[in-house]
Design a protein around this ligand. Structure first.
Ligand code: S3P
Length: 430
């Protein structure tokens, strides 16, 4: 599937953004492990999160879908999962696979985790090595990539572990294994990452101590069913924040977007660049800060993105690159080597795409300098990466020619309905 994208009209309207991917994955996992029935509202109907729900069904959990974006999960209790009959398919989802690695390493049965072509290339030693320290036995392919062959029935012991890379997925895998381990599990991070696992385990009745960059829990605890309200995904909202900022005459309102401080680095970066974004109707939704975001066109200028912001905007660099391409003066990104091992090599793929449109981008191993300029049309290889595809649909709104964006089907992993919503707002997108 491809998109043909071109400049549309100024962007206008009030948009509802789908549920948060990180929160949706965790909600179904923790509800499955809980004692009792949990209801999830605002569940992301994306391929990634549906893959996670389907895996728990394979593991013997009854999950009902009374209406779209709602799940009723009949928890089986911490020891109630049953072996899956076949390999468990995580699709495109690194979050699904890495968190499940921790959880399934602690079960009494064996499991195999597989994924799509992109996930099958992603590094898994970052979870299997620390899990092995806890006593887990997980085999990967030679390069440390999936499939993961998990040997169950291993007694686990808690560890005190300092992560090498700031990763909420690795932290979460260790905490999930820690629920089953003997003694305490402590995870320390070089930079604080999103803390949904900690917050949500606490909401499910687990005693867990946490602060930015630190989490500690004791094994042997049970989860108590609870209802989860999933906020709108800031990472999906990001594409509209950038689009309205760069298309003259635009004004969008994005309804009740999740504003967890570990996710909103792009908001800070865009404001540093001169963006006009205000928060209205601020409140709390399912224990998370939310607000309507009103964004109006504003001339942007290039910045040096503070390295400390990188973990808080780790999924937003494709969108940031487009804002940078439309700014006055260069934008410099450093300390973002992790982008090379996301759904694609996002530094390389974004740089290549912008060069195709006529811009100069200087790449370094851990970043890039984007030199803005007029963008013409061209063919963009999204490398099957959802966020690359959406970023270039945004770029097209300022390009002088047409963009052919290839292989956009993965957009459905995180943002089903993106194209329809974008068109309704004024995007030129077919
Ligand atoms: C996620 C953590 C981040 C992020 C991913 C979702 C999570 O990955 O990029 O989209 O839900 O925990 P890393 O932990 O690999 O940085």
């Amino acid at each position: 599937m491809h998109w043909t994208a071109h400049a549309g009209t100024p962007l206008q309207g009030v948009l509802g953004i789908p549920g948060d991917k990180s929160v949706s994955h965790r909600s179904v996992m923790f509800a499955a492990l809980a004692d009792g029935i949990s209801t999830i509202d605002g569940f992301l109907e994306g391929e990634d999160t549906r893959a996670t729900a389907a895996i728990f069904e394979c593991l013997g959990v009854r999950i009902e879908t009374p209406s779209p974006s709602r799940r009723v999960v009949h928890g089986v209790g911490i020891d109630g999962l049953q072996p899956g009959a076949a390999p468990l398919d995580c699709g495109n989802a690194g979050t699904g696979m890495r968190l499940l690695a921790g959880l399934l390493a602690a079960q009494r049965f064996d499991s195999v985790l597989i994924g799509d072509a992109s996930l099958s290339k992603r590094p898994m030693r970052r979870v299997t090595v620390p899990l092995a320290k806890m006593g887990a036995r997980i085999d990967t392919e030679e390069g440390g990539t999936p499939p993961l062959r998990i040997h169950g029935g291993q007694p686990l012991v808690g560890i005190d572990h300092t992560l090498e890379v700031a990763s909420a997925q690795v932290k979460s895998a260790l905490l999930l294994a820690g629920l089953y381990a003997h003694g305490e599990t402590v995870v320390r991070e070089p930079h604080p990452t999103r803390d949904y696992t900690e917050r949500m385990l606490s909401a499910f009745g687990v005693e867990i101590e946490f602060s930015p960059g630190f989490a500690r829990l004791r094994g042997g605890q049970r989860l108590r069913a609870t209802d989860v309200a999933v906020p709108a995904d800031f990472s999906s909202a990001a594409f509209f924040l950038v689009a309205a900022s760069i298309v003259p005459g635009s004004e969008l309102r994005l309804r009740q977007v999740g504003l967890n401080p570990r996710r909103t680095g792009l908001l800070t970066a865009l404001r540093m660049m001169g963006a006009d974004i205000t928060e209205e109707r601020s409140g709390m939704h399912g224990g998370e800060p939310v607000a309507d975001l009103r964004v109006r066109y504003a001339p942007l200028h290039g910045i040096e993105v503070p390295e400390a912001l990188v973990p808080d905007m780790i999924d937003e660099f494709p969108a940031l690159f487009i804002a940078a391409a439309c700014a006055e003066g260069p934008t410099v990104v450093r300390g973002a080597a992790e982008l090379r091992v996301k759904e694609s090599d996002r530094l390389g793929v974004m740089a290549a795409g912008l060069r195709t449109l006529g811009l100069q981008v200087d790449e370094t191993p851990d970043g890039a300098t984007i030199h803005p300029g007029a963008m013409h049309g061209g063919q963009i290889a999204s490398q099957h990466d959802h966020r690359i595809a959406m970023a270039f649909a945004v770029a097209a709104q300022r390009a002088t020619g047409e963009l052919l964006i290839r292989d956009v089907e993965t957009v459905a992993t995180s943002f089903p309905g993106f194209a329809e919503l974008a068109r309704a707002a004024g995007f030129g997108l077919v």
